[in-house]
Ligand binder design. Structure first.
Ligand code: ATP
Ligand code: MG
Length: 416
C-alpha cells in the first residue's frame, strides 16, 4: 500500500468529547473516524486491525469446535417478548417499521440462537453443540466516551453452547476459558478472570475477563501473586487484605476493562421457548446453555491503551495493519528507485508494507510513522545509500544500519 493512495491519512485533531488515548490516537493516526458518540467508521488501516483480531479469535474458537455462522442483526419483536427482554433490557434498541411492526437490533443473540439451534436438536445425541459468530451488536449505552471501548455499535464474537447437563457445561467452560486466555495472550495482553454475579436473568455465576487499564470502566481487586481477581462492585473484600485464594499475595485495587464474559444461562432460554430434547432416560429436558462474549472492537481500543507512547501507537506485530513502514527521505531518482525496489520485493515475499512515498519533509514522515505505529520503520536515505545500507528501526527500539540485501532475513529473524 502506498501512503499517497491510501484513504484515511493522519490528521492533526482527535475527536471531540473523547477522553481516552485510544480515541485520540486511532483518530489522529487515520484508523477510525467518529460518526457520533459510540459509533465509528473503520478506515482501511483500522479495518485491517479489526480483521486481524477477528482472525485470531476465529482460529481459537474453531480449535475448540466452534461452528461459525452469521445470524441477523434485525430481530422480530416476538423473540424478545418471549424471554422478557423486550421490557427488561434497557440497552435494547427498538425500531418500528412504516407498517407498524416492531423490531429489535441485536445486543446479544440468545433470542435468535435458541430457537435456531434447538429446532435442530432432537435428542441428547445431538449435544453438546456450540455455535459462534463475529458480528455487530447495538446497545443504547448511556455514556459512550471511551472510544472503541464502549460503542453503541460494536464488534463482538458471541458463542453459545448447548449441553445435556451442568457437568458438560462445566467441562466446556474450562476449555473456553483456556481458549480465551490464549487469545488475550496472543494479543500481548494479560487477562485476569473474575467471578461475578450473573446478569439480569440468572442466579448463576458468570466469569469476566479483565485487562488492567486506567481507561477501563470496572474496578477490580486482584492478587499480586496469583490470577485471583474480583469485581469491587460485588465483593466484601478490601484492598490490602491477604488473597483468599492463594493465601500469599495481597489484594490491590485497579481499573480494568472487561474484554470477555461467560454466562451460565442454565435452562432459562430452552424453557422460555419451550424447546427441549429427549434425554438419556427418554424424558424431556431443556438444555443447559452457556454464552461467551468477547469484545473485538473493545480489544482494539484496549490494545492501544496498553501499547502506546507520547509519539503514537505501538502495534503488536500479530495485529498490526502492516509489518513495515517504508520511507524514502528525498526524492532523487536513486533513492526513489531503491525504495520502490524494496517495496516490490517485500510484497513479493509476502511482507506487508506501507510505503510513504510522499514528497514531504523528513520530519512529517518520521512523525507519521511513529503515530501509525507499525512494528518496523525502514528508511532509505542519501546518508546511508552510498554504503548500500538502509536504516531499520523497531518501533520501540534503537535504529540499526543493515545492508539492503539483509533486510528480509532481518525481518524474518533468520540469521544466515
Ligand atoms: P460491560 O460491563 O462493559 O457493559 P457487558 O457485561 O455488558 O460489558 P456482555 O454483554 O457480556 O458485556 O458482552 C460481551 C463482551 O462484549 C464484553 O465482555 C465486552 O468485551 C464487549 N462489550 C460489551 N459492551 C460493549 C460496548 N458497549 N462496546 C464495546 N464492547 C462491548
Ligand atoms: Mg454492558
Amino acid at each position: 500500500m502506498k501512503y499517497s493512495e491510501m484513504f484515511g491519512k493522519t490528521t492533526r485533531n482527535g475527536p471531540k468529547d473523547e477522553v481516552t488515548a485510544n480515541a485520540d490516537l486511532l483518530t489522529r493516526a487515520g484508523f477510525v473516524e467518529k460518526l457520533m458518540a459510540g459509533v465509528y467508521t473503520y478506515l482501511p488501516l483500522g479495518l485491517k486491525v479489526l480483521n486481524n483480531i477477528s482472525d485470531i479469535v476465529r482460529e481459537e474458537m474453531d480449535a475448540i469446535g466452534g461452528n461459525e455462522l452469521l445470524m441477523p442483526m434485525l430481530h422480530p419483536k416476538g423473540n424478545w417478548v418471549q424471554t422478557g427482554a423486550w421490557e427488561n433490557v434497557d440497552v435494547l434498541f427498538k425500531l418500528e417499521s412504516r407498517t407498524g411492526r416492531e423490531y429489535a437490533l441485536g445486543q446479544s443473540e440468545e433470542e435468535i440462537v435458541t430457537p435456531l439451534v434447538m429446532s435442530r436438536v432432537q435428542t441428547y445425541r445431538d449435544l453438546p453443540l456450540q455455535v459462534y459468530q463475529i458480528g455487530w451488536k447495538f446497545r443504547d449505552e448511556l455514556r459512550s466516551k471511551s472510544g472503541l471501548m464502549r460503542g453503541r455499535e460494536f464488534l463482538m464474537k458471541d458463542m453459545y453452547s448447548f449441553h445435556e447437563d451442568q457437568a458438560d457445561f462445566d467441562r466446556f467452560y474450562a476449555i473456553t476459558k483456556d481458549a480465551y486466555l490464549r487469545i488475550y495472550d496472543r494479543l500481548g495482553l494479560v487477562a485476569k478472570v473474575t467471578e461475578a454475579s450473573g446478569g439480569a436473568f440468572t442466579e448463576k455465576i458468570s466469569y469476566e475477563f479483565m485487562v488492567l487499564t486506567d481507561a477501563g470502566e470496572d474496578d477490580i481487586l486482584y492478587c499480586d501473586q496469583c490470577e485471583y481477581c474480583v469485581n469491587v462492585e460485588i465483593s466484601q473484600l478490601q484492598p490490602g487484605t491477604v488473597c483468599p485464594k492463594c493465601g500469599q499475595g495481597t489484594l490491590a485495587q485497579a481499573r480494568a476493562s472487561e474484554v470477555g464474559n461467560v454466562f451460565d444461562l442454565g435452562q432459562k432460554y430452552g424453557r422460555d421457548f419451550g424447546m427441549g430434547f429427549t434425554d438419556r432416560s427418554g424424558g424431556k429436558q431443556f438444555p443447559i446453555m452457556g454464552c461467551y462474549g468477547l469484545g473485538i472492537s473493545r480489544l482494539m481500543g484496549v490494545v492501544v491503551e496498553k501499547f502506546h507512547d507520547d509519539r503514537g501507537i505501538i502495534w503488536p506485530e500479530v495485529i498490526a495493519p502492516a509489518k513495515v513502514h517504508l520511507i524514502n527521505l528525498g526524492n532523487s531518482d536513486d533513492i526513489r528507485e531503491q525504495a520502490e525496489s524494496i517495496y516490490r520485493s517485500l510484497r513479493q515475499q509476502g511482507v506487508t508494507v506501507l510505503w510513504d512515498e510522499r514528497e514531504t519533509s523528513a520530519g512529517v514522515k518520521l512523525k507519521d510513522a511513529d503515530l501509525i505505529g507499525l512494528p518496523y520503520r525502514v528508511v532509505v536515505s542519501a546518508r546511508t545509500l552510498g554504503e548500500g545500507k538502509i536504516e531499520v528501526k523497531p518501533r520501540t527500539d534503537e535504529e540499526v544500519l543493515i545492508p539492503i540485501e539483509g533486510l528480509m532475513s532481518y525481518l524474518t529473524g533468520v540469521t544466515s
